[in-house]
Design a protein around this ligand. Structure first.
Ligand code: RAT
Ligand code: ZN
Length: 411
């Protein structure tokens, strides 16, 4: 196959593959105020808040008192009028605007507010999913959030594109608070963790697995994560979460390296990253061969060792380039590293979208970077004598963007 037609085929397969976005913070319209879309939410994304605060022009306390639309105005002014929107998150807004035929330099934020809908209905959801080429979005569902819990308890119907995932951060990272929630819901646990009461935690989790029918369980963990140790987290993992995952054949997603609230005045924009140890992950994968682990690490410095660890354990599925790694440069670097070490046996990316329209720029970018890497890899393969055919390319691309996730989930 000619180099040019090979690159055209790869680009067209990557451009047209229907994506399963296996980690987002999106909700369907039926979840009311939890569903986020529209220009004000696009502008007040915490990635942009952190960047706008760097300009030093406002006291964070004053910012948090503003209405969402006044916050959006201020961020727009700072990042789009007083400088060029060069960063990944800022140029993402420009890319969203262009997809809606809004020229921000002419139409301004007002133009974007007119084009995007803050009040998404299922039709608007369909339109955005189509624009992004996304079939399914996996949510982050937190039974410890009282607002969200209400929707589940009321059996709120789900738009069929939205797939539940049970997120358990409060349980494993803040036992004392989690215990008080569990007690208030009628599960007999106490703030002093007692191994004899794990059956009650198990009962809580069983109830939520039955209620949500999640596609996986998930926790985010600090860079200091260790396993096994004497912490409540370790005991919960070993005695409750891992057995439950095995019983229901559910993967456990571990998102490691989030250093929470290094600057609390920044609110949700105040989290950072730290390099994690790989031994705890090796211990988990080796000592629990019947568990499946979806793993993403936040630190760039951890990426190589994660892939080496994935070579050792078939029950470890690396996924995505998380948060501060979701940039043009780092996605390319990580994608190359992964393909070179484990071929197309990982999950290329997740969007982490918090606002519906984020799907548009995040996936357009991922597709461009992945296509760039794959064109190069297939061309090299052709040069050393491998006949590359279009159907196989399509299958590889599908694996990276959706099939590996579903196959692993149902394994
Ligand atoms: O990327 C993000 O939006 C972060 O704020 C986190 O939510 C992170 O993705 C997480 O799921 O903990
Ligand atoms: Zn996330």
């Amino acid at each position: 196959m000619e180099e040019q037609s090979l690159s055209r085929i790869v680009e067209s397969k990557v451009a047209s593959v229907a994506i399963t976005d296996m980690h987002t913070h999106l909700f369907p319209p039926s979840f009311g105020s939890l569903q986020m879309s529209g220009a004000n939410h696009v502008l007040t994304y915490h990635y942009l808040i952190a960047e706008a605060f760097r300009t030093g022009a406002t006291d964070p306390k004053a910012f948090w008192k503003l209405s969402t639309s006044a916050q959006a105005d201020w961020i727009y002014h700072r990042l789009f009028q007083e400088m060029s929107p060069l960063s990944e998150a800022a140029s993402g807004v420009v890319e969203i605007a262009r997809q809606f035929s809004v020229n921000l330099q002419v139409d301004g934020l007002l133009g974007l507010r007119g084009a995007l809908s803050e009040d998404a209905n299922d039709e608007y959801i369909d339109r955005i999913l189509k624009m992004a080429g996304v079939d399914n979005v996996v949510m982050t569902n937190d039974p410890f959030d009282p607002v969200e819990r209400g929707y589940w308890e009321n059996k709120t119907p789900l738009n069929p594109h939205f797939v539940p995932a049970l997120r358990l951060d409060p349980l494993v990272n803040q036992w004392t608070q989690a215990a008080s929630t569990l007690s208030s819901l009628g599960y007999r646990v106490s703030p002093e963790f007692q191994d004899g009461r794990v059956v009650e935690v198990r009962r809580f989790l069983e109830d939520w697995v039955n209620r949500m029918a999640p596609v996986y369980l998930a926790i985010s963990l600090p860079d200091s994560f260790d396993f096994p140790d004497l912490s409540v987290r370790s005991r919960l993992l070993e005695a409750v979460i891992l057995p439950l995952c095995r019983q229901h054949k559910l993967p456990l997603a571990l998102m490691i390296g989030a250093k929470r609230q290094v600057n609390p005045s920044l609110g949700p924009a105040g989290d950072s990253t730290g390099k994690a140890a790989m031994t705890p992950l090796e211990n988990l994968c080796r000592d629990f061969p019947d568990n499946k682990f979806l793993v993403s690490l936040l630190s760039r410095e951890n990426q190589h060792e994660l892939i080496v660890t994935a070579r050792k354990f078939g029950n470890l599925m690396p996924f995505g380039c998380w948060w501060f790694l979701n940039t043009d440069t780092l996605v390319e670097e990580i994608m190359r590293m992964r393909v070179e070490l484990i071929g197309p046996t990982f999950i290329a990316q997740h969007s982490d979208a918090r606002v519906l329209e984020h799907l548009i720029y995040k996936w357009a970018r991922t597709r461009r970077v992945v296509a760039r890497v794959l064109v190069d890899k297939y061309q090299k393969l052709a040069k050393v004598g491998w006949t590359v055919d279009s159907a196989r390319i399509e299958a590889d691309v599908k694996a990276l963007f959706q099939q590996n996730f579903w196959d692993f989930a149902s394994r």
